[in-house]
Design a protein around this ligand. Structure first.
Ligand code: ADP
Ligand code: XUL
Length: 545
């Protein structure tokens, strides 16, 4: 039997999943999650992070908490899974992206000689050059973002080089801030890890490399060459190259599980595979392993992410391009006004979700040219700082028209702001709480002219990690396996969940696309008044004799 262990060190907790992967059986055999707040109260986290009381923009977590959680979850896998540990062939993982861990030179020796009798956290404590790891929720580096962009020739130049313009949460600007605010701490730092490469290092008992999926979230890696970009390193901090792990392929075997794990818990010397970021891992865990497939996650925020063969860049600078663990690329586009915007409209008209769905079904695609821009909160895509819903030609008292307006605006926005990917989307995997709503999925199918499938609820990042371990084990054994075959039977849509586009709806949605683009441009202050266009559209819709 071939078993693979996937781990996901996310913002709020650490999850372990064991899968059986082979020609005979394909199933999840064990899953266990540890919640940081509940299980490790001594670190004082709320939702897995700590906010600096003096500066709410600063958000961190302790790398020691992650080490302690890894130790505990490995013990639980050993004791509670009921599996024969000897069957585990590979271990990999995913981490929340962008967060960084700063270790002193003594870490190399400590990792290489981890004592199985002493808790991991005690052995690591002395080698942290910085007590706190800044995480992706930290937004305190605006000044650093500006200087990094200026030094490489502007935001677009940085996006072309690294896949993204500078973002506050990205690792490069965070490193720059640390190096200037705590030069002594930076001088003591021998190695800067991502959360992913740090956790892989603990498993292997040696400094692990980073891989292009997660390294693309640093503003430091050349997205085409998949290696550090010297101009970005120079723009960030002095002596940075020697402090970074090497960039290696996603399926790199870092080494066998360290003696710490084999002797303390009885694991075999299974292969430790490089870890990636949670979003690249979810790409695998939702089965997006070929071009034409994207996922739309309808959660608190909405995100669209998808597989790309080529490293294309969003010229507007709103989206990200990361490496894909398959060796290709992926896009990530975030829309802050997702479920919360839909809820605003639902609640304003006193509806249930069933009423909301009925309203969507009862209204015509194109909404008679009535347009909403649902920026109830400041928006990420497109960048909008001043919150406030805008509307054009929309009756504020017409509940059903407002329901259609909010959903069409969101989905047409997803299409418009993912065009730069230049990928013909034929299949969409829908996830997140609102993916339960098939009326919303119908709008997605009609706007994208693509089949939409519901994905089972589950930890797709953790599943992606276990599947990556399976893939890498096969590659390193010299029997490579196609990615479609890796995900088959695991990362598949719910049977019979397909929502097909309706031909007349597709045409109606395509016809209002330009109208929405014009309204958005006007609302952003870069376009003319769209009302004449709306009038012309409405006139064209009137029946002719
Ligand atoms: P998170 O991003 O916090 O993980 P989830 O993916 O769990 O969020 O999605 C939660 C959201 O799903 C809720 O905010 C709610 O608005 C939305 N939701 C749940 N059921 C429905 C439904 N039937 N129709 C539309 N939206 C729904
Ligand atoms: C992606 C991002 C988050 C984190 C945490 O850019 O910041 O999705 O990876 O999940």
């Amino acid at each position: 039997m071939a078993l693979y262990l996937g781990l996901d060190c996310s913002t709020q907790g650490l999850t372990a999943m064991v899968i059986e992967a082979g020609s005979r059986a394909r199933r999840v055999v064990f899953e266990r999650a540890l919640d940081f707040d509940r299980e490790f109260p001594q670190y004082g986290t709320a939702n897995g992070v700590r906010r600096d009381p003096d500066d709410p923009l600063v958000v961190t977590a302790s790398p020691l908490m992650w080490a302690e959680a890894l130790d505990r979850v490995m013990g639980l896998v050993a004791r509670e899974s009921g599996i024969d540990l000897a069957d585990i062939r590979g271990v990999s993982g995913s981490g929340q992206q962008h967060g960084s861990v700063y270790l002193e030179a003594t870490a190399s020796e400590v990792l290489a000689t981890l004592d199985p009798r002493v808790p991991l956290v005690e052995q690591l404590r002395p080698c942290c050059a910085r007590a706190n790891a800044p995480v992706w929720m930290d937004t305190s580096t605006s000044a650093e973002c500006e200087s990094v962009e200026a030094a490489v020739g502007g935001a677009l130049a940085l996006a072309r080089l690294t896949g993204s313009r500078a973002f506050e949460r990205f690792t490069g600007p965070q490193i720059r801030k640390f190096s200037t605010q705590d030069p002594q701490g930076y001088a003591r730092t021998d190695r800067i890890h991502l959360v992913s490469s740090y956790m892989a290092s603990l498993l292997a008992g040696a400094h692990a490399p980073v891989e292009p999926g997660d390294a693309a979230g640093m503003n430091l890696m050349d997205i085409v060459r998949r290696d550090w970009a010297q101009s970005a390193l120079d723009a960030t901090a002095p002596g940075l190259a020697r402090r970074l792990p090497p960039v290696r392929e996603s399926w790199t075997v870092v080494g066998p599980l360290a003696r710490y794990w084999t002797e303390r818990y009885g694991f075999p010397a299974a292969k430790v595979i490089a870890w990636t970021g949670d979003n690249p891992s979810s790409l695998v865990g939702t089965g997006l392993v070929r071009e034409g497939r994207v996922a739309i996650s309808l959660g608190t925020s909405d995100t669209l992410f998808g597989f790309m063969r080529e490293p294309r860049i969003d010229p507007s600078g709103a989206a990200h391009v990361f490496g894909s663990p398959t060796g290709d690329y992926m896009s990530l586009v975030c829309f802050r006004n997702g479920s919360l915007a839909r809820e605003r409209i639902r609640d304003r008209f006193g509806m249930t979700w069933d009423d909301f769905s009925s309203a969507l079904r009862a209204t015509a695609p194109g909404n008679g040219g009535a347009v909403m821009l649902p920026w109830f909160e400041p928006e990420i895509t497109p960048p909008v700082h001043a919150a406030g819903m805008r509307s054009y030609g929309l009756d504020p008292h017409d509940g059903p028209a407002n329901v259609r307006a909010v959903v069409e605006a969101q989905v047409l926005g997803m299409l418009r702001h993912s065009r730069w990917m230049d990928v013909r989307v034929d299949t969409i995997h829908a996830t997140g709480g609102a993916a339960a709503n098939r009326a919303i999925l119908q709008v997605i199918a009609d706007v994208f002219d693509a089949d939409v499938y519901q994905m089972p609820v589950g930890n797709s990042a953790c599943l992606g990690a276990a599947l990556r371990a399976y893939h890498a084990d096969r590659v390193s054994d010299g029997v490579p396996i196609a990615w479609d075959e890796v995900v088959a039977g695991f990362a598949e849509p719910i049977p019979n969940s397909r929502v097909r586009p309706i031909r007349e709806h597709v045409a109606a949605c395509a016809a209002v696309g330009p109208l929405h683009a014009a309204c958005e441009a006007h609302a952003l202050g870069v376009g003319r008044d769209p009302l004449p266009m709306i009038r012309a559209y409405r006139a064209s819709m009137e029946p002719h004799d």
